[in-house]
Design a protein. Structure first.
Length: 112
């Protein structure tokens, strides 16, 4: 399960980066060449999601919770914005939901 969480975190970073780089180009006048690593990052994101043998809907649901939590971490380290108590509380609630999905399916002898 730890491997799955780290895989989801890498997937989230790839997705966020793939969306962040075009935003830098469009909103902050950065180089159009940022679109190349953005596209590569989104390809990696898509590929990483295929590495799970579980049903895609369940994988996407669990991944979504990790994505949200990684986005809050990104808010702090990249955007330099201190997350509010609501950001942190929401992330913790979402992680509880991810754990219900992942652990619940592990009880059924399935692994994400």
């Amino acid at each position: 399960m730890v491997k799955t969480i780290f895989l989801f975190m890498a997937t989230a970073i790839a997705e966020i980066l793939g969306c962040y780089l075009p935003m830098l180009w469009l909103n902050h006048g950065k180089s159009i060449w940022l679109l190349l690593p953005a596209a590569i990052s989104l390809i990696i994101f898509s590929w990483l999601l295929t590495l799970h043998p579980e049903a895609s809907g369940r994988v996407y649901a669990a991944y979504g919770g990790i994505y949200i939590s990684v986005a809050i971490i990104w808010l702090y380290f990249v955007d330099k914005v201190v997350p509010s108590i609501w950001d942190i509380t929401g992330s913790l609630i979402i992680i509880c939901g991810v754990m219900v999905i992942v652990l619940g399916n592990n009880f059924d002898n399935k692994v994400l």
